[in-house]
Design a protein around this ligand. Structure first.
Ligand SMILES: *Cc1c(COP(=O)(O)O)cnc(C)c1O
Length: 464
């Protein structure tokens, strides 16, 4: 088999990596000192690194390997497609079988009124497409002033100029002149961090109503759309209060704006439904998809467009597209991924086995001395660190200090969890079994106990 195997010692691979590879969201010098962990292969939800260590991947790569690693059917689908037709574009009065089949499949899986998909190679690109789509929609119906897109602080919608601008990540906006024009951000429904003395229900309503206030402030005639992840992922697995989405939907129904649900993480089973919008009963006009669509085996993203919007866009040329829109190999891989999900009833597995097992595992951390909130929904979970549970207090130490200690402890204990500030998050493959959750609890407990001990020894458990 013609695969890249590791013939070099780890230190040499790390040296070459540091010399020639610029990593995303990383300080190169700091990484060069530590050395990158080099993953050589993976199976199920277990990664193997260049030293032969087996690491439990509680993040499904970057929230994407929903069916788990090592499914050769997807490799074979890619191989067959590459031999048959490795590439053709879909621009000039042309189409091909994989993109036709995948578009049809997506229309079948998505709720009405979603029957059309515009393809991209990533979630960021798809959200860039969405900016063009919603502005073109309003221009085409004679309302060209409706350009502003309202998003939320601490949202993640990708890393291109458009995606990064839609997102509300302060550390991204502080570099490179983001956000671009006509994108504004309201507050997020993060009750644990920002809810103060309010009940989650009161707080959810208050934060949702900011959308209405913002529309009034900007003038309804200037607002094109509101974009949101039904559950914020990269922002820290922020599960909104139950009152939030019904109120947002009420406002979107009452006002003349489009609703974009960014389903890049939630789409394809993470909540136990095909789409997170179905879980929350949201009726968006556009849904962004990527990640789980191909379980990360090939790059693909897209904008699923409702009939109302698609009809208007179709009336004239839409001057937008990517070389790899509807790439045949990615489409073939995505189709095979969806076939496996359906034939193996992966959503039933999530609802009946994996999500309850993850919920039970996450709940075991509720009493941990470092943890103030242990929550999961579907195959997403969050563990919030706090020095004072009753006050939901942050640490006196700079934000992320304890989170980083925990991340290091996860490395040392062969488990991947991600830290967002002082919050650990998980988003495991949907194939997770009860046995896997035992490995998770075992390794995470060790990592969190070590984190607590270290934080205590260094006097970092003081509340702000
Ligand atoms: C990952 C992500 C994106 C960006 O997708 P890329 O494929 O990395 O460009 C957009 N939105 C959400 C919610 C994401 O989690």
């Amino acid at each position: 088999m013609n695969i890249l195997t590791n013939h070099l010692p780890t230190a040499e691979l790390q040296r070459i990596d540091a010399a020639h590879h610029m990593h995303p969201f990383t300080g190169g010098d700091a990484l060069a000192k530590k050395g990158a962990r080099i993953i050589t292969r993976a199976d199920g939800m277990m990664l193997t690194d260049s030293d032969g260590r087996e690491v439990l991947d509680m993040m499904a790569g970057l929230w994407c390997v929903n069916i788990g690693y090592g499914r050769h059917e997807l490799a074979e689908a890619a191989y067959r497609q590459m031999k048959e037709l490795p590439y053709y574009n879909t621009f000039f009065q042309t189409s091909h079988v994989p993109v036709i089949a995948l578009s049809q499949k997506l229309a079948e899986l998505a709720p009405e009124p979603f029957n059309q998909t515009f393809f991209a190679a990533s979630g960021s690109e798809a959200n860039d497409t969405n900016i063009r789509l919603v502005r073109q929609y309003w221009a085409a119906v004679g309302k060209p002033d409706k350009k502003i897109i309202i998003s939320r602080k601490n949202a993640y919608h990708g890393s291109t100029m458009g995606g990064g601008s839609l997102g509300g990540m302060a550390h991204m906006h502080s570099q490179g002149g983001l956000p671009i024009e006509n994108i504004v951000h309201i507050d997020q429904p993060h009750w644990w961090a920002e809810g103060g003395d309010m009940t989650p229900e009161e707080f959810g309503l208050l934060r949702a109503r900011q959308l209405e206030e913002e529309i009034d402030r900007l003038g309804e005639g200037n607002v094109a759309a509101f974009i949101a992840e039904p559950i914020q992922g990269a922002g820290g697995v922020v599960i909104p209060p139950e009152t939030y989405w019904p109120e947002i939907q009420r406002i979107c129904d009452a006002r003349e704006i489009l609703l974009i649900a960014d389903e890049v993480i939630l789409g394809f089973g993470r909540t136990g439904r095909w789409f997170g919008s179905e879980y929350y009963g949201i009726r968006p006009d556009i849904m962004t998809i990527a990640k789980g669509l191909s379980s990360g085996y090939a790059p693909i993203g897209g904008s699923m467009v409702s009939d109302r919007v698609a009809k208007v866009i179709a009336e004239s040329d839409f001057n937008h597209g990517y070389t790899y829109s509807g790439h045949p190999v990615s489409c073939a891989v995505a189709l095979e991924n969806l076939r496996i999900m359906e034939e193996e009833s992966l959503l039933d597995h999530v609802n009946q086995i994996a999500a309850p097992a993850l919920a039970k595992a996450i709940a075991t951390f509720e009493d941990h001395p470092l943890i103030g909130e242990a929550r999961s929904l579907g195959m997403l979970g969050a563990l919030q660190f706090t020095p004072d549970k009753s006050r939901r207090a942050p640490f006196k130490a700079p934000k992320g200090t304890i989170g980083e200690i925990a991340r290091d402890a996860c490395f040392a204990n062969d488990i991947v969890m991600r830290h967002v500030g002082d919050r650990m998050i998980v988003s495991p493959p949907l194939i997770m079994t009860e046995a896997d959750t035992e490995v998770f609890v075992d390794r995470a407990t060790r990592a969190l106990d070590q984190t607590y001990d270290k934080a205590k020894a260094e006097g970092l458990l003081e509340a702000a």
